[in-house]
Design a binder for this molecule. Structure first.
Ligand code: PRP
Length: 179
């Protein structure tokens, strides 16, 4: 197991920002329900905190997406591995993500969900790495714009480890290359 990661965004910073995002979303959607669709697995922690920061009634749904060649090619193949259990037709939908990186995943997902005729469709992401973008995805609600660092914790993993860290941390270069 690599050395302890360095804190990049503390639990306090994250929680404060999510409270602000909750206020903003609640104001933008005075009437519910808002369908919050979290993308497994990374978004599960952010979803739990964001949903509780929103005052408008919400419905919680999950989708699973897998991608191949992610970050390496602009034509990364994406597919749905777990679909919604409900119809979103005519509803306000917010996709909840932990991070937008190349934008390949969300470009595909927006295409899939738009075909299901939601009343509105927006993205809320805790982290946005605009430097890495290969597709022009725009998130309406962004917690933090971050540089191109490899971050873990608060739902984000490295080889499935670190998802349960309360802070968002940067892995040391040696720790990444050691595995
Ligand atoms: C991460 C993240 C997004 C996607 C963003 O998921 O949760 O879904 O990558 O990357 P992109 O903008 O380059 O498409 P990941 O594939 O790491 O799976 P996980 O959430 O299960 O960790």
């Amino acid at each position: 197991m690599p050395d302890r990661p360095r804190v990049f965004l503390s639990e306090q910073q994250i929680q404060q920002r999510i409270r602000e995002m909750g206020v903003e979303i609640s104001a933008d959607y005075p009437n519910g329900p808002i369908y919050l669709i979290a993308i497994l697995k990374g978004a599960f922690v952010f979803l739990a905190d964001l949903a509780r920061a929103i005052k408008t009634p919400t419905r919680i749904e999950f989708m699973g997406i897998s991608s191949y060649g992610k970050g390496k090619t602009s034509s990364g193949e994406v597919k749905v591995t777990k679909d919604l259990d409900v119809s979103i037709e005519g509803h306000d939908v917010i996709i909840v993500e932990d991070i937008v990186d190349s934008g390949v995943t969300l470009t595909y997902l927006l295409h899939v969900l738009e075909q299901r005729k939601p009343k509105s469709l927006r993205i809320a992401t805790l982290l946005d790495k605009p430097e890495r973008r290969l597709r022009p995805v725009h998130a309406t609600y962004v917690g933090f714009h971050i540089p191109d660092e490899f971050v873990v914790g608060y739902g984000l993993d490295y080889a499935e480890d670190y998802r349960n860290l309360r802070d968002i941390c940067v892995l040391q270069e040696s720790a990444v290359s050691a595995e």
